[in-house]
Design a protein around this ligand. Structure first.
Ligand code: DC
Length: 229
């Protein structure tokens, strides 16, 4: 059976990577988390003091360093895990420090060019589920199946609020909602590859879906797409 390319884009905190991972596992494809790649470059920049005091990126130094940044994703105990120059950085790239610095890194054209080239190489053979913000529009404009995942800001803020509570934090709902709205604004208004739905992407709004309903819906879309190949 032909192995297709599945591009998944969408807003932050709408369960993109959980859904993408589950789909990859069910259909036996490789999963690539492109957000983790931007996070790994950010971690490198933080460790090498490539941010100025005002949070701006020292772009000349980062550009010089790019050839020394090797990012790789491998399965560890069945989980997709990110390695930076051979070191497992999966935990560290999810921390607050990296989360707070990743937006300006992801907005730099030479960073995007380097990571997009790597992502295209990873997906050359098909049989891949890749998630991010520009997968259906820039990385794989010819992907056979493109999904654009979303949910209302309130639903996403509520999910994030519960996640933070489970981590032992004491979030204020209004702050979390404001953060979700600000991130949406940044993702959709930046100059370089802003988040947008590809014309031929199928929109999946999971505001009112259970995880099981969503999984079934996505599998139906996958099977329909495969039948058309
Ligand atoms: O999905 P995430 O939160 O791990 O993404 C981290 C950051 O990287 C976020 O600011 C969006 C950005 N990103 C991007 O610009 N392009 C991608 N393909 C994936 C993520």
């Amino acid at each position: 059976m032909k192995k297709i390319t599945i591009a998944i884009d969408g807003h932050s905190s709408c369960g993109k990577s959980t859904m993408a991972k589950e789909l990859a596992r069910k259909v036996g494809y490789v999963y690539v988390d492109t957000g983790a790649m931007y996070r790994a470059v950010t971690l490198y920049a933080l460790r090498h003091q490539l941010f100025a005091a005002d949070g701006a990126v020292l772009e000349v130094a980062l550009r010089e360093a790019m050839p020394q940044i090797d990012i790789d994703q491998r399965l560890v105990d069945g989980k997709t895990t990110t390695f930076l120059n051979g070191e497992n950085v999966e935990r560290e790239i999810r921390g607050l420090e990296v989360s707070n610095h990743v937006s300006p890194i992801a907005a730099i054209p030479f960073v995007r060019t380097a990571l997009v080239a790597q992502q295209q190489k990873m997906g050359r053979e098909g049989g891949i589920v890749m998630d991010g913000r520009d997968i259906g529009t820039v990385v794989f404009p010819n992907a056979e199946l493109k999904l654009f995942l979303t949910a209302s800001p309130e639903v996403r803020a509520q999910r994030r609020f519960l996640e933070l509570q489970e981590k032992g934090e004491q979030p204020v709902f209004e702050d979390v909602l404001r953060d979700v709205n600000e991130r949406d604004y940044r993702d959709t208004h930046r100059q370089e590859s802003p988040l947008s739905k590809a014309d031929d992407a199928i929109e999946v709004d999971n505001s009112d879906m259970t995880r099981e309903q969503q999984t079934q819906h996505i599998l139906d879309l996958f099977n329909k797409c495969i039948a058309q190949q």
